[in-house]
Design a protein around this ligand. Structure first.
Ligand SMILES: [Zn+2]
Length: 160
């Protein structure tokens, strides 16, 4: 997926998460959207830094990097929600494109994809991005409403 696709995916995901986490459509909804919007977009942009530093779809497209980013809220109490932007970037590259990513780099160079993706330059890449975003929001809603006991308190990380 190109930068435009990753940014739009993160934007739609942020807005959708606002309504999944605070469905009333009131101030709390928009406060949640504001809280997750920039971190999600930054996280969604981060992995493709490896187009200039390292090996693309390998150096910053793996579980080791995701673990580091996900550790920041736990160990430093910052970068909340950035990990989710990285996750959505990985999902979009794996499900939405024909190439896949090297999830286990640097231990294993193999790039893993799914047979449902389209070429990055395809006329269908926007439709694929929207379908994957809808899938992600369905999973998020399922977690929030069906399996809430497995989630951290999302509101607890908001500073207001
Ligand atoms: Zn990527």
């Amino acid at each position: 997926m190109n930068k435009r696709g990753h940014v739009l995916n993160a934007v739609f995901l942020a807005v959708g998460l606002g309504f999944v986490l605070e469905p009333a459509g009131d101030l709390a909804t928009f406060r949640t959207i504001a809280a997750v919007f920039v971190p999600l977009v930054l996280g969604a942009l981060f992995p493709d830094v490896d187009t200039h530093f390292g090996k693309h779809r390998k150096t910053l497209h793996n579980l080791f990097v995701l673990g580091i980013v996900a550790g920041y809220p736990i160990f430093f109490d910052n970068l909340q929600w950035v990990w989710l932007g990285v996750v959505t970037h990985y999902i979009l590259d794996v499900l939405g494109t024909t190439r896949g990513i090297a999830l286990f780099y640097p231990i294993w160079d193999e790039e893993f994809g799914a047979p449902v993706g389209v070429p990055v330059s395809s006329d269908f890449s926007d439709a694929m991005m929207l379908a994957i975003t809808a899938f992600e929001l369905t999973v998020a809603a399922g977690l929030v409403y069906v399996l809430p006991e497995y989630l951290p308190d999302a509101g607890a990380s908001l500073p207001f």
